[in-house]
Write a protein that binds this ligand. Structure first.
Ligand SMILES: CC(C)(COP(=O)(O)OP(=O)(O)OC[C@H]1O[C@@H](n2cnc3c(N)ncnc32)[C@H](O)[C@@H]1OP(=O)(O)O)[C@@H](O)C(=O)NCCC(=O)NCCS
Length: 166
């Protein structure tokens, strides 16, 4: 089932997120760098991103902010009392019109391929549509190709690339 997150879930979400980005650095995009959740080294023109020493604390700050914001929602997927995935979405008001952002979608490796990610994404998009938002963005690490396929199969198109001063 998909439900909205409670404060009691936040540590579980942090642990899921942290173990994922520690093992799968391709998840890291500019958002994690900007939030202090991850660091990036550049050597010989190649970038190497990884979780930062204070990253767990910064991620708790991030998710707690989303939890308390009226313009954001956190959905969790639960099976047999265990959280198997989550999705964070928010509405941003600094454009010509409000737009939606899918901030994170993560499903436990053992639960993938069974539609959980699709249901979480659709629930977030429905939440946004219910608030009149059809213009929706997301960012993803440049090498996170499986996730890119997932989003492109669900109606998203690639619109830009992000560069950081090394
Ligand atoms: C992207 C992600 C959320 C999808 O979750 P999911 O529960 O596997 O999603 P679904 O089951 O709805 O769909 C998965 C797709 O992969 C395919 N798939 C099949 N078996 C799979 C498996 N064992 N693992 C992953 N994907 C599988 C499905 O057929 C489906 O393909 P489609 O896009 O052609 O329909 C999940 O892979 C994930 O958590 N990835 C790591 C985190 C991440 O990178 N998130 C995106 C950040 S921007």
């Amino acid at each position: 089932m998909i439900r909205t997150a409670s404060a009691d879930d936040l540590m579980t979400l942090k642990d899921m997120f942290w173990s994922h980005i520690s093992a799968h650095r391709e998840y890291i995009s500019h958002g994690e760098l900007q939030m202090g959740v991850a660091d990036m080294k550049v050597s010989g023109g190649k970038t190497e991103a990884g979780p930062s020493p204070d990253g767990e604390r910064y991620w708790m700050k991030y998710i707690s902010g989303k939890f308390s914001s009226p313009d954001a929602e956190i959905f969790v997927a639960e099976e047999g009392g265990k959280i198997t995935g989550f999705c964070v979405t928010e509405i941003t008001e600094d454009g010509a019109k409000p737009f939606g952002v899918i901030c994170d979608v993560l499903v436990d490796e053992s639960s993938r391929g069974a539609g959980t990610g699709s249901r979480l994404l659709e629930t977030a998009l429905e939440w946004l549509r219910g608030r009149g938002i059809g213009d929706v963005y997301l960012e993803s690490g440049k090498n996170n190709t499986a996730a890119h396929e997932f989003f492109m199969h669900r109606g998203f198109v690639h619109v830009s690339d992000i560069f950081r001063l090394a």
